[in-house]
Design a protein around this ligand. Structure first.
Ligand SMILES: Cc1ncc(COP(=O)(O)O)c(C=O)c1O
Length: 383
């Protein structure tokens, strides 16, 4: 436990619970897009048809029709050659971070990770005491020189990447970067761990080809229903080659026997009776509208902030003016009723010169008012 970086999340949840604070700090989908009535209908249908069977123990790999749905979607949208045998259901894709590390890592082994990288991954991997090799990412994708040096030097067991609308930066790998990363990994002993939490949230609705599509047998891909349907149902998945999946299955069984069976049945019923594509488009359009409002407000009110320009997802990263610290901006922001997420937890080193801003869970009016408060906080700090 001593190896885990100090968590900022407790403090963050406390301030985000205060209704007077406009929060860009969290990462929740908008409640307006969560289909409570549809899920309630689906649940009633499940109980009517299944009765007590809906409440039983079930298999570790997860509900077969759900795994078939996920495999078919990857075949259709991404051209991946996968079947239900390559898919296991997990308790939110967050669980994969723990279980993949449990399966793959002995203490002191190396893991490649993007800088900035997903804070939940840094936290989960840290429990297994790896050495991290940081690979900086920007608009052009990962720094290929840094990746190449890591692959040749530290020889990571896997490279953990979020190529689509990354958390925290909102960056998406361009096609050229996807090909280059796959090329480098193909010639190495390092597996790709591709976390696709946001792949359904591209504003243009166009699926991006997974990097792992060019790495047969050498990539695991994870996804989730959290960002488009119901994060509280904790339903995600891993797609992997069968030999890896049988090890993963043992780790999953030891951890929790199986994911929530009732939630899988309800989700499956929802998918059978509703239009998942339309739901994804609805959520993505809401994120796009809010993202545009945030970009406009930042450019208008806080011109001293540089920022990424997301193609999808729920976050962007803003670079602070020289001399302004993200932790100071967090504290000053709270005093003025706006919360931002300081950059440090997303980096193994440094990161105090950036903040992450979430736009999925604040409407356009809140975004405009939040950015006025942010402007005032920046002025107060001399930025
Ligand atoms: C990049 C990334 N991966 C994984 C997760 C975990 O999501 P879930 O466990 O809800 O599928 C998140 C949550 O925000 C995320 O941002």
């Amino acid at each position: 436990m001593a190896a885990i970086p100090p968590s900022f999340l407790g403090r963050l949840f406390a301030v985000s619970a205060d209704p007077s604070v406009i929060s860009f700090a969290g990462g929740l989908p908008s409640p307006a897009v969560l289909d409570a009535a549809g899920i309630a209908d689906a649940a009633a249908g499940v109980f009517a048809d299944e009765g007590p069977r809906a409440l039983q123990y079930a298999t570790t790999d997860g509900l077969l029709p759900l795994r078939e749905f996920i495999a078919a979607r990857y075949r259709r949208r991404a051209g991946l050659d996968v079947t239900a045998a390559n898919v296991q259901i997990v308790n939110g894709s967050q669980q994969c971070l723990d279980l993949v590390a449990k399966v793959m890592l002995d203490p002191g082994e190396s893991v490649g990770i993007e800088a900035p990288g997903y804070l939940g991954a840094i936290e989960a991997f840290s429990l297994y005491e790896p050495r991290f090799s940081a690979v900086p990412v920007d608009e052009a994708g990962p720094d290929l020189g840094a990746l190449e040096r890591a692959l040749a030097g530290a020889r990571p067991r896997f490279f953990y990447a979020v190529p689509n609308s990354q958390n925290p930066s909102g960056l998406t790998y361009p096609d050229s970067a996807r090909r280059a990363v796959a090329g480098l990994l193909a010639g190495s002993g390092t597996l790709l761990y591709e976390d696709d939490a946001f792949g359904e949230l591209f504003f243009d609705g166009r699926p991006r080809r997974p990097v792992g599509a060019a790495l047969p047998g050498k990539a695991v891909l994870t996804g989730s229903f959290s960002k488009v349907l119901a994060p509280g149902m904790r339903c995600g998945w891993i797609v992997a080659p069968e030999p890896f999946l049988s090890l993963f299955n043992v780790a999953k069984q030891a951890a929790d026997l199986h994911s929530n069976h009732l939630c899988q049945l309800v989700l499956m019923r929802w998918l059978e009776t509703r239009d998942y594509d339309a739901q994804c488009r609805r959520v993505a359009r809401g994120c796009e509208r809010n993202c545009r409002a945030l970009l406009d407000a930042l450019d208008d009110l806080c011109p001293g902030l540089g920022h990424t320009t997301p193609e999808g997802g729920m976050f962007l990263l803003a670079r602070l003016p020289p001399g302004v610290s993200s932790l100071d901006l967090f504290e000053e922001g709270i005093r003025r009723g706006v919360a931002v997420m300081p950059g440090r937890p997303f980096y193994l080193e440094g990161g105090d010169d950036v903040v992450r801003l979430n736009f999925s869970n604040t409407d356009e009016d809140g975004i405009a008012r939040g950015c006025e408060r942010l402007r005032d906080a920046l002025h107060a700090l001399g930025g």
